[in-house]
Design a protein around this ligand. Structure first.
Ligand code: HEM
Length: 210
């Protein structure tokens, strides 16, 4: 669970860096070129398949852990110590399920459109090459107040999930140390704020400027 989680943390970082091109004031040219590469490069396609595999695996592992813990709590011998577990740590399965719903909505907005509905999308021509105008599709979706609201909500849920998941992944891998654990905890908190905030800036920027 921690390894798949760490892979997804890496994916989120790369995904955010790529998406920041939506903020470039170039009419979408750099984002369209990036999106075209993402959709057609063979190596990236293989990584993309791996990414989907890890999302599914992480989900299955999460549910298995949830039911295992639930079974343990149901036991007569369970004690409920007054430990300092956060709200997020106790609700990881709920948060994860909401993120899954967010991802399905998100794939419907973009990934499935670019893959299976490309003929219905607008195109642009750069230097004689015609490609999908992914930028326009993103702007169309994220400037809709309903989708904007759901994206911001999804990113808030992601922030809570990461606030526990990041440090927890390292702990599960056995990286528990008097000196390093507080640093990992701090990095986890920082990551869980910076990444969702970075994503949130994109729809907000597009909503208020387009
Ligand atoms: C406002 C923020 C975001 C924007 C603008 C955005 C945009 C996009 C776009 C345009 C694609 C399609 C890429 C392509 O096929 O060419 C995509 C794919 C994807 N996005 Fe996002 N995204 C955002 C946030 C997120 C978040 C927060 C998550 C996860 C929680 C996420 C997960 C994914 C996944 C799993 C894919 C499929 C990638 C693959 O091919 O493996 N995205 N996103």
């Amino acid at each position: 669970m921690s390894l798949t989680g760490l892979f997804l943390i890496l994916f989120l970082t790369v995904h955010l860096i790529g998406n920041l091109q939506l903020l470039a004031n170039d009419g979408g040219k750099s984002f369209n070129a990036y999106s075209d590469l993402m959709g057609n490069n063979t190596l990236i396609q293989i990584i993309s398949k791996g990414n989907f595999f890890f999302i599914i695996l992480h989900t299955i592992q999460g549910f298995m852990l949830y039911f295992k813990n639930k079974g343990a709590k149901g036991s007569k011998y369970a004690v409920s110590p007054k430990n300092k577990t956060s709200w997020a740590s106790k609700n990881m399965a709920l948060l994860g399920t909401l993120i899954l719903a967010f991802i399905l909505m998100h794939l419907g907005h973009f990934y499935f459109q670019f893959k299976f509905n490309a003929d219905a999308l607008a195109t642009v021509n750069y230097d004689g090459e015609t490609i999908i105008d992914s930028y326009q599709k993103v702007v169309e979706v994220l400037t809709n107040p309903l989708w904007l609201g759901l994206y911001l909500l999804g990113l808030a849920v992601l922030a809570f999930h990461l606030s526990h998941g990041f440090a927890s992944a390292f702990q599960t891998l056995g990286l528990s140390h008097k000196k390093y654990t507080p640093i990992i905890n701090f990095l986890g908190k920082a990551y869980s704020i910076i990444i969702p905030l970075g994503f949130a800036i994109i729809p907000l920027y597009l909503f208020f400027t387009k």
